[in-house]
Design a protein around this ligand. Structure first.
Ligand code: RB5
Length: 145
């Protein structure tokens, strides 16, 4: 799967770790920064990943900041993006199965590396259930216009 990944300074270490993990699993990763620990503004990186997903250039996105919240709020401003903050395994599964989330956001100051790895694995592996959830997803997108 083609996956775009991005982070701010608070999330860069976890982002780099998850990018390596996904590459080892055979995914094609578009790393959209940041690439160091200098302080940056998370909306800039959320926008890059969100636009890659919205344009269809990649299938999914992963964003990391301190809490996972700022990048989610920013990414959800881009039409076509359904970003979900998941700092536990249940919501990682549900955001795909019920909400068809196309961007996962994580808080590097909230979850440890092991939990983050498992959240990403579930996010990538879980299919959207469709059916009644498709109608609801479509109503979310109707709010965009
Ligand atoms: C940066 O200090 C922090 O505010 C940011 O990473 C994120 O948690 C915002 O939502």
């Amino acid at each position: 799967m083609k996956i775009a990944i991005g982070a701010d300074h608070a999330g860069v270490e976890l982002k780099d770790h998850l990018a390596d993990m996904l590459r080892r699993q055979g995914h094609e990763i578009a790393d959209q920064g940041t690439h160091g620990t200098d302080s940056v503004d998370y909306p800039d990186f959320a926008a890059k990943v969100a636009r890659s997903v919205a344009s269809g250039e990649v299938e999914r996105g992963v964003l990391v900041c301190g809490t996972g919240l700022g990048v989610a709020i920013a990414a959800n401003k881009v039409d076509g993006v359904r970003a979900a903050t998941c700092n536990d395994l249940f919501t990682a599964e549900m955001c795909r199965a019920h909400n068809d989330a196309n961007v996962l956001t994580l808080g590097a100051r909230v979850v440890g590396i092991g939990v983050a790895e498992e959240i990403v694995r579930i996010f990538v592996a879980t299919d959207f259930e469709g059916g009644r959830h498709e109608r609801r997803r479509d109503k979310i997108h109707a709010l965009e216009s």
